[in-house]
Design a protein around this ligand. Sequence first.
Ligand SMILES: *Cc1c(COP(=O)(O)O)cnc(C)c1O
Length: 387
Amino acid sequence: MVRQLAAALAERRQQGLYRSRRILEGPQDVQVRIDGRDYLSFCSNDYLGLASDPRLVEALKEGAERFGVGSGAAHLVSGHSRAHELLEEELAEFLGVPRVLLFSTGYMANLGVVTSLAGRGDTVFEDRLNHASLIDAARLAGAALQRYRHNDVDSLERRMSQQERGSRLIASDAVFSMDGDCAPVARLGELAAQRKAWLLLDDAHGFGVLGEGGRGLVAAQLRKSGANTVLMATLGKALGVFGAFVAGSEELVETLIQGARSFIYTTAPPPALAWATRVALRLVREGDERRAHLRWLVRRFRTAAAQLDLPLMSSDTPIQPLLIGDSAAALAFSRRLARRGILVTAIRPPTVPKGSARLRITFSASHTGEQVDRLVEALGDARDAAR
Ligand SMILES: *Cc1c(COP(=O)(O)O)cnc(C)c1O
């Protein structure tokens, strides 16, 4: 049996699909140290550069002093602390929504929402490029899963009109994690309202980064379209900490508390993390300058990359992938960059569709314009070396 595993692993390696971890010796930042070497990194989701911000480090220490380390129990037993409660209230207030519920991770939040709103006999409609956690959630719910063409509301509408039985849930990334483009949030909202379907929007990459005051791509839609819209966002990306939350109506949140198994049957995250996240939220609120700098970096990158004819994708978010196609070629490209001290990961199937391996470049507000120029120059050289 182990021999079968070894054979499968060998085949995976041969196809350029083998995955392995790098070990960071210090904090997440634009400069990271790996295996004794310094790299300029363009592959974290730490969009605002908060993951190692000294104010968050201080807040985490203070949280640990007040609340200890472990939460010691699930939220419904005795693990729900004042720190969690305050964070939920502050997130709800910031977004202008009735209620917010914390989850340990975004993966678990998506599982919790979808399995609570859909089950056997129901249908979940998902964009083909949705994050794996949304796909897995529909499978776990036992609902029929219909995947529509990427960002194609007409394709979604056709599928919905052929499927009138049971309750229906549309789920989409708001910003697509491997492509960087955005979902047509308003049109999805209209369609969901028309068809009396739930709409779950995953704003993992928009919250803190996009929208008015960093509220993301979805919050305004949720306030406008009201009770059939559900927002999920994470706290481990732009907020630089860890965890996730779901925002929506009072009834939705109470339903999740009563029934979402990925909420109920797991230990609450350390309260100190929630304490630190409150400070992260304050920094997001005060983050207009960081967000403006980030947009400036993205424009600078796209202009320079276009001049070199690099294979840009259509994204104006801090996720700026370069489409390579072949997995081995993407891996080789990433390795050439690493030799020049630049870290960009090659994203390969099954994370992205077959034949669409890419370099997933991401920017952080902590990058400088000069660092972006260095990246573009290295990308141009690495591309030329492959020709
Ligand atoms: C990262 C991510 C998640 C999962 O969130 P975690 O907190 O890392 O589990 C869910 N959806 C999208 C779109 C993501 O990018």
